[in-house]
Design a protein around this ligand. Sequence first.
Ligand code: PLP
Length: 399
Amino acid sequence: GARVSARVGSIAESATLAVDAKAKALRAEGRPVIGFGAGEPDFATPEPIVRAAQQACADPRNHRYSPAGGLPELREAIVTKTARDSGYEIRPNQVLVTNGGKQAVYQTFATLLDPGDEVLLPAPYWTTYPEAIALAGGKPVEVPTDESSGYLVTLEQLEAARTPRTKMLLFNSPSNPTGAVYPPERVAEIGRWAAERGLWVVTDEIYEHLVYGGAEHVSMPVAVPELAQRCVVLNGVAKTYAMTGWRVGWMIGPDDVIKAATNLQSHLTSNVSNVSQRAALEAVSGSLDAVAEMREAFDRRRRTIVERLSEIPGVTCPEPRGAFYAYPSVRELLGREIRGRRPQSSAELAEVILEQAEVAVVPGEAFGTPGYFRMSYALGDEDLAEGVRRMAELLSEAK
Ligand code: PLP
């Protein structure tokens, strides 16, 4: 029989990490690859956060196990931060500190889903969601969107996808991979729709601070308070404070859900590294000045990448309004000849671009929508300009 269980054997490798690994491997061979693959800021973690971690290392309190649910000081600080940033009033026992937002994603589905429960999943979606839903025994039900709607799902689409088995909606704004941001009135509309039908909403707000050009982030349980008893908010320090490697995230939910999820985490991983939690404590209780600086740089790169991509014949790039991703359509280029190859899919086209232009992008196949690329613009301005220039040069040869 199979050596690996059916459950785990069916999990695909993370395409985003795979692209990043391939780009790094080529670079190690000495090839000047420019990577638009990784979903991480190119900035260093702000100094005060690093100092807090250094001090934490020297403090023997942090050398021992701490409560599985998170350091009490950090849970308190997350309560305060949540009220400050989104106006959502919660108590500390509604917070569970996790090993990155990713663990919060897995634990939320594991805690809420029974076998066969359906989760409405607007596509393009972050590549981890369907895997986490399936591992928890649930069934992801994709609700497709495209650039014509700015990648925003409508109530009609959600209603058409709903069945008696529908348990929840996964909501992610600002979105990875599209950078789409739902306007406040749409957030409220979708939240009310879910509340009226007794559905749960898991809302991933990890990019809350990265919005541009007048776009506004609103937290769904704030827009729709009656949803709070059936809502889990996911968040973390990775994207806001350039802390991807520190691995601190959290889930916010009703007491009973957080208690159950904490029981699960107590057997899975116990507490998150105390040093990282002390760093996160400094991050969430400090000012948002460093974030504002990074946002300004991202905004500049965002405008550059959209402008340059839009100049390439066959590429259509709607303007992203949040996170740090552009999600251009490359469908018009498929089936055309480029340097002796005739790529039929965005995955094949991405391969040609990596080989011929030494530029790494993540194909839309990873996000449930073939025919697109996800390009992270969280890289340096010069690399960004050079990477898009190389792409444009290569793609202009398409016949
Ligand atoms: N949610 C979204 C939408 C993301 O893009 C990511 C990271 O890519 C995460 C959650 C998890 O981030 P982390 O586990 O690094 O905190």
